[in-house]
Design a protein around this ligand. Sequence first.
Ligand code: HSE
Length: 428
Amino acid sequence: MSQPLRLGIAGLGTVGVGVVKIVRQRANLLAARTGRAIEIVAVSARSRDKDRGVALSGYAWEDDPVALARRPDVDVFVELMGGAEGPAKDATEAAIAAGKDVVTANKAMLALHGQELAEAAEEAGRVIRFEAAVAGGIPVVKALTEGMAGNEVTRVMGVMNGTCNYILTRMEDAGLPYDEIFAEAEALGYLEADPNLDVGGIDAGHKLALLAAIAYGTRVDFPSVELEGIQKLSIADIRSAADLGYRIKLLGVAQMTGRGLEQRMSPCLVPADSPLGQLQGGTNMVVLEGDAVGQIVLRGAGAGEGPTASAVMSDIVEIGRGSRITTFGQPARGLERARPARASAPAPYYLRMLLTDKPGAMAKVATVLGEAGISINRMRQMRHESNNAPVVFVTHKTSRDSLDTALQGFDATGVVQGDPVAIRIEAV
Ligand code: HSE
């Protein structure tokens, strides 16, 4: 057998510990599959004394992840610290400069600095692999980079933040408002240190931007992802959507259109009986569509020790086998800057509003929709005791511009109370 592949692991949180366990417990299996032994030589974390439930005494300890990244006895620098800037980025840059390959789970760092890091790695003849950064244990980076290499990718979709999916499915099941379920998720430790990364759609947006770069051969462009979180979703919308046969998901969609690259991470209605509509709790799902293969649906754990460590190990084994796949599946210098789509593709929309219950009110709203060029597909007025009637419309396909025109026009009718809610319905 060849020389062992020697790892330096920076970050011993849930994922780092999971990787240490797999390397220790599956040594023979890994060696057989890789064709060489995989060994940890050194580790680094913030606190040396913490009991992590795994024996670390056989590994050299480095307080400074940059020093770990530069160690001459490390072949692969495994970055599991997180954070777009600071130690994670410094150590990744140091590792590349010192001639190491890099395996990382850091979606934020790659979504914001992936292009420069990939270029640096390729100039140095090194690779950066990041399977664990997108949808945890689901091997979606490999599916897209390798499995779909012969396809023109027509659309990438996904529910890629388990915390948001947990909150939305719990709101529906328990019939409780967002704030209460958010507090429950927080107590269970499901939220990132900055919860806005989860509920604001940022974490999932980072993941979508990375998949879009691979799918369309474009430079990763997180700032162009149209982001909307789940904070404003109400139990009334979840219930009305369910009544109409839909579920609301924080859905990411990336597609190349005649108007440019569309990247959206926002609440959408999807049919309740579709695979995405059926997705419960903290699970992730990624849907990949290619011209030759059609639709592929991948479902699995998007976070947690075992699933994320499984993805990290797949990259380590890949490097150990001698594979040299570039970060985004094409040479980084050749990646084009995508023109961001100025507007999303037309779609049907769900519209909910409170209407003063008096003669002619519905006609006024229908007129505003008609004048904006929007055709009503379905309509429902709920039972109500007060003088305000909850009304829900499903429109035929319309542009976001037309929808915005209608939303502005409702005010002047004098019969629409408060702000109507508009949510896109995605064909899945
Ligand atoms: N916080 C993420 C989630 C996992 O809830 O899915 C890490 O990306």
